[in-house]
Design a protein around this ligand. Structure first.
Ligand code: FAD
Ligand code: 2HG
Ligand code: ZN
Length: 472
């Protein structure tokens, strides 16, 4: 049984109805672990409110009873932020039933959506009115707008459109005591004091529950070209992105870097993908150019950029997609890395960032230190070059047992974060801290910043019931 007082369970049930409350262990299962099974917890029950008022009422009831809440969207997060602890005393509050598109205002170029709307559904709804919502990531078929906001999600279009933080005009939030803050303003200019919505974006559910948002719309893309390019080094990727930006400006909307090891994992484990080249190269980039004009000469621009890159030895080989199917095939090689790495045994995921210009030196120095101290580990480095954001992931040595590798996790993580700090970087560029990087943040973040963050937490959530054990 849940361990919560029967009177509280009845009161919660009266708010959300039978379909909004799960106590059965089997039905709770999917809410209690992440997709990699890297984090697993227990919960007193799962609540699935369907409206903002229901969220407010259940949060108030939990607040009065001193019960901790773990907000959850699509549960695709990569650092355990949406998974309860193992006490069995916490309540998971899933937003997936709050999935309405409340309003579309093409005159104001905004859409107002509830937190449980799946990102892909948002993209499709926006396309139907001839617009673009540019946030794009591998989990878009199951992650939610609320989760994207709570993690300040990044993805593959940040170099042109920014992080989730940049795509928001207003929020509706249920505060930890159950009050509703209606900040659903669709204003591009509002200088009336602190920008409170930004506090909740990237807070990973530790300051309140985001129930709805006003998001910006962008002009639809009407021409697009995609290329897969082989490079001799990571340094070449930094040079090439600078050249392509100079040539194409804002038309450069994707520039993803992949090491050979990353691509090999995809070729090995993802069905239906092929290596575009007969030869093996050490690094690859996927380049996307796009424009709002239907007849933009993107191929000419790409050819010019690549032509110069070949002359300088910055690029070694390239294919340009000639059909929508080929575009998808190239993206499958990139987006398949996460899934493919899971098939290679336990792994350590990192989403570090360093200044773009320092990516090559970071990789060189960190590879060297890592392979010296942990011989045989497989480095799966890839990421969003334009954002200085690398997924510097590590898989266990081939043919080694899991246990010795797992025992080295802390030391490997420490080495990578120490190296990141040496390069003036961040230990989390896009996935957040959750439970995975909470301890590490204490070591690498400025003590004054941590003090200010704790002060904000104490002001908004003095009883500490909103996603405890995460982020701070
Ligand atoms: P969840 O996992 O459910 O929750 C994430 C955090 O947000 C938790 O702390 C949770 O408590 C909190 N939360 C959720 N909803 C709310 C709410 N309504 N109010 C308050 N707090 C809430 N991330 C990137 O940034 N870039 C990528 O490129 C990327 N690619 C991915 C690829 C794959 C294959 C996978 C599995 C994940 C990827 N992710 C990526 C990570 C993940 O998809 C994002 O973090 C996403 O934003 C999480 O959304 P979600 O709805 O699944 O949130
Ligand atoms: C990506 O860019 C995601 O593919 C996931 O951020 C990274 O699985 C990972 O480590
Ligand atoms: Zn990423």
């Amino acid at each position: 049984m849940s361990g919560l007082p029967e009177s509280l369970i009845q009161a919660l049930q009266a708010v959300v109805g039978d379909s909004g409350l799960i106590t059965d262990a089997e039905r709770m299962h999917g809410y209690l672990s992440d997709w990699r099974n890297a984090y697993r917890g227990r919960a007193a029950l799962v609540l699935r409110p369907a409206t903002t008022d229901e969220v407010a009422q259940v949060v108030r009831l939990c607040h009065e009873a001193g019960v901790a809440i773990v907000p959850q969207g699509g549960n695709t997060g990569l650092c355990g932020g949406s998974i309860p602890d193992d006490s069995g005393a916490q309540v998971v509050l899933s937003l997936t039933r709050m999935a309405r598109i409340r309003a579309v205002d093409t005159g104001n170029e905004t859409i107002t959506v509830e937190a449980g709307v799946i990102l892909q559904r948002l993209q499709e709804a926006v396309a139907e009115v001839g617009r673009l919502f540019p946030l794009s990531l591998g989990a878009e078929g199951s992650c939610t707008v609320g989760g994207n906001l709570a993690t300040n999600a990044g993805g593959t279009a940040v170099l042109r459109y920014g992080n989730m933080r940049d795509l928001v005009l207003g929020l509706e939030v249920v505060l930890p005591d159950g009050r509703i803050w209606n900040g659903l303003r669709g204003l591009r200019k509002d200088n009336t004091g602190y920008d409170l919505k930004q506090l909740f974006i990237g807070a990973e559910g530790t300051l309140g529950i985001i129930t709805a948002a006003v998001l910006k719309l962008f002009p639809a893309v009407r021409s697009l070209t995609t290329a897969w390019v082989a490079l001799p080094s990571a340094q070449a990727a930094v040079e090439l992105i600078g050249q392509m930006r100079g040539l194409c400006g804002d038309r450069l909307t994707g520039f993803e870097l992949m090491s050979r090891q990353s691509v090999e994992f995809v070729l090995r484990h993802v069905a239906g993908v092929n290596d575009p080249f007969a030869e093996v190269y050490p690094w690859y980039v996927l380049i996307e150019l796009s424009d709002t004009q239907p007849d933009a000469s993107l191929n000419d621009m790409l050819e010019q950029g690549l032509g110069e890159a070949f002359e300088q030895g910055v690029a070694l080989d390239a294919v340009v997609a000639s059909s929508q199917a080929q575009v998808q095939a190239l993206w499958a090689l990139r987006e398949g890395i996460s899934q493919a790495q899971n098939h290679e045994g336990p792994s350590l995921k990192h989403d570090i960032s360093v200044p773009v210009s320092r990516i090559p030196a970071f990789i060189e120095a960190t590879d060297r230190r890592l392979l010296k101290d942990f011989p045989g580990v497989r480095i799966v480095a890839y990421g969003h070059v334009g954002d200085g954001n690398l997924h510097y992931n590590i898989s266990k040595p081939l043919a080694a047992d899991d246990a010795p590798f797992k025992a080295q996790h802390e030391a490997i993580m420490r080495l990578i974060y120490d190296s990141t700090a040496t390069f003036d970087g961040s230990i989390s560029a896009e996935h957040g801290l959750g439970q995975a990087k909470r301890e590490a943040a204490r070591r690498y973040k400025d003590p004054l910043e941590l003090e200010l963050m704790r002060a904000i937490k104490a002001t908004l959530d003095p009883t500490g019931l909103m996603n405890p054990g995460k982020l701070l």
